[in-house]
Structures are given as C-alpha cells and as structure tokens.
Design a protein around this ligand. Structure first.
Ligand SMILES: Nc1ncnc2c1ncn2[C@@H]1O[C@H](COP(=O)(O)OP(=O)(O)OP(=O)(O)O)[C@@H](O)[C@H]1O
Ligand SMILES: [Mg+2]
Length: 259
C-alpha cells in the first residue's frame, strides 16, 4: 500500500492507549497516542493521583501490564486509594496486571536514598532501573507520582531536562504510555515547577479548581497532546465511586462563566 512507504505515521493511524476514563477518550479523539509521556499537572487535591490510578486499572482490566511508581507516599497507601472503586478487582494485583513500586526502594538499592542531590550518572541509573522493570514485566502503562518529587533531587534545569528526555525516550521505545504527575501551586502561571517538564512532555493535562456559587469544582483541560487532535475546552471533573466523570464546563446554566 502506498502509505506504507512513509516512515511517519499519520496522526489518525497512531495506535491509541484507551484511558477508559469517561469523557477523556472522546476529548482525545480515541485516547492517548501510544508511547506518549503525559504530564498530569495541578495543585493539591485536584484528583491527579485518583485519575492516574484509574488509567492504570482500566489498562489492567484490558489485560495490559500496568505499574504505579510511588515517590512520596507508600504504595500500600496508594493501593488503599484504589480498592474502594467499583471497577477495581483484586485479581488484577494477584495476576500481576497491576503492580506498585516505591521509588525510595529503588534509591535504597542504588545507595542514594539519603543524597540531597543526584549526579547525572545516578539519575540515569534510576531510569535504567525503571527500564529494567518495564522490560521484565512487559509494562505498557506507567504512572510516576510525582515527577516533581524526583526532580527535587536533581536541582539544575540541565539535569531535569536530561532525566525527563532519557525517561521519555526509554519508555517510548518500550511502547509504554506514561503519566507523569506534576505538582504546581494554585497560582502558578506555568504547567510545571521547573518549566522544563512542560516543554519536553508529549502531552499536558491540566487539573484545577474553580469556585462556582460557593462550591469548589475540580476541572480538567487537555493543553497539548502530540499525535492527535483534541479539544482544549475546560471540563468539570467529578470523582465518584465509579471513577472520574467529565462534563463540559458549559457557558450558561449553573456552571456559567467558565474562564
Ligand atoms: N472516590 C472518590 N469519591 C469522592 N472523592 C474522592 C474520591 N477519591 C478521592 N476523592 C477526593 O479527592 C481528593 C483528591 O484526590 P487525589 O488525591 O487524587 O488528588 P491529588 O491531586 O493527587 O492530590 P495531591 O496533590 O494531594 O497528591 C481526595 O482528597 C478526596 O477527598
Ligand atoms: Mg496525589
């Protein structure tokens, strides 16, 4: 066929990683282009961890190997977060479809746990460890919660750039789609703490808070996503026992005045 002569995959043809999150796959025209590294960015309590876990559970339910890398909180605590959901099934863990790794355990193995700053070699070593796990388990979906916490120990923009570029290249080569959680302050005018992450990432999903009639709504907006057309509209995000629900922040009606 004529198009097979071209090495560049047309946007419409790129295989999608279906998130399974209500509304998000529609916003993304079918899902996240497979192999993309997406920054999930927002201030505290906006639902970053919950949505990332749900992305993994849907992958595991579809038979994909999924990994949650916990940086600040223990993976046991993360597991407790996901158990109450209606869609969660314990067999996913028993069958090795959903697994958890604590980043401090990786640091400990590498004897860098108590270092305040990592060298280029050390951070490349961390990426290598993650790659080994991804390759060994055949991981297709990965979440790092949070990438900001890893960057605390890198200090310089140069190291952060090197780390994220290396991580993204490594995961993409394995056909692994990743969500990198990024923490920003509510009044931040950019999408990542260091500014480097947002420029490199294949996609940015911005989670926020919006005060409406005395209620604090959670919002979600896809700011960029390489490899697909997508809506850039702001959606209201509802955290329910059946998972994340996304509803357009319509002009008019009760949610009038979206900015
Ligand atoms: N199933 C649920 N139903 C209703 N509310 C929920 C549910 N799950 C979580 N929440 C609420 O959502 C809040 C934020 O969720 P989450 O921890 O995912 O946000 P986050 O952006 O990761 O926060 P942080 O920046 O603190 O890590 C929780 O504190 C909890 O109150
Ligand atoms: Mg969180």
């Amino acid at each position: 066929m004529a198009e097979e002569r071209f090495s560049i995959t047309p946007e419409k043809k790129r295989e999608r990683c279906v998130t399974g999150i209500d509304g998000l796959d529609t916003i993304l025209n079918g899902g996240i282009p497979r192999g993309n590294s997406v920054l999930i960015t927002g201030s505290c309590g906006t639902g970053k961890t919950t949505m990332s876990l749900e992305f993994l559970v849907h992958g595991a339910l579809a038979g994909e190997k999924c990994l949650f890398v916990s940086v600040t909180e223990s993976s046991l605590k993360m597991l407790n977060n996901v158990v109450p959901y209606d869609f969660f099934e314990e067999r996913l863990i028993d069958e090795g479809l959903l697994s958890f790794v604590d980043m401090p355990d990786i640091y400990e193995e590498m004897d860098i746990l108590h270092k305040s700053e990592f060298s280029f070699d050390e951070i490349n070593g961390v990426v290598k460890r993650l790659d080994d796990i991804v390759a060994e388990k055949g991981i297709k979906r990965l979440v790092i919660d949070s990438i900001t916490s890893v960057c605390f120990q890198l200090k310089t923009q140069e190291k952060i750039r090197d780390f994220i570029l290396n991580l993204m290249k490594t995961l993409s080569a394995r056909g692994c789609t990743s969500l990198l959680v990024s923490e920003i302050s509510p009044e931040a005018e950019r999408y990542s703490l260091y500014g480097v992450e947002e420029a490199i990432a294949d996609g940015i999903i911005l989670m926020g808070n919006l005060e409406r009639q005395g209620d604090l709504l959670r919002t979600l907006q896809v700011v960029k996503m390489r490899g697909t057309e997508h809506s850039r509209a702001k959606y209201v995000l509802d955290l329910t026992p059946v998972g994340v629900l996304l509803v357009p922040l319509l002009k008019g009606g009760g949610l009038e005045g979206g900015d």
